[in-house]
Design a protein. Structure first.
Length: 121
């Protein structure tokens, strides 16, 4: 019985630390191009984890707009960011090498989006 409780505790601790590691792996600056119909929009995404909270900001360079995220989370390795004022959502999963992620931008319809990690300044 004690062994089962110990194993359950270790498993829970590993799950919590893995969730934190996944959230951290998205931290940084990302860039990509969203093909929105006939228009291509250059985007930059900035992600920062502070404690249990993920903060994100999306810059649409061609539109001169900066959008703070309404909510962001990482669950099962997938990043999910909501931008409620514009009805937007980004869902993506990071590549194994951590240099890019692929997913969808949804705003009225789903559009594929791949972003790459920007080099540190």
């Amino acid at each position: 019985m004690r062994l089962n409780l110990l194993l359950a505790g270790v498993s829970a601790a590993l799950s919590m630390s893995a969730a934190g590691a996944w959230a951290q792996s998205y931290d940084g600056d990302w860039e990509g191009v969203l093909q929105a119909g006939p228009q291509n929009l250059r985007l930059e995404l900035h992600v920062k984890t502070q404690g249990d909270k993920i903060e994100a900001t999306l810059d649409s360079l061609d539109q001169g707009a900066t959008l703070p995220a309404t909510a962001a989370k990482v669950e099962n390795g997938e990043l999910d960011i909501l931008f409620l004022p514009i009805g937007g959502e980004l869902r993506a999963k990071q590549a194994a090498d951590g240099k890019s992620f692929t997913g969808t931008w949804t705003q009225g319809r789903e559009m594929p989006l791949t972003m790459t990690r920007k080099a540190a300044k």
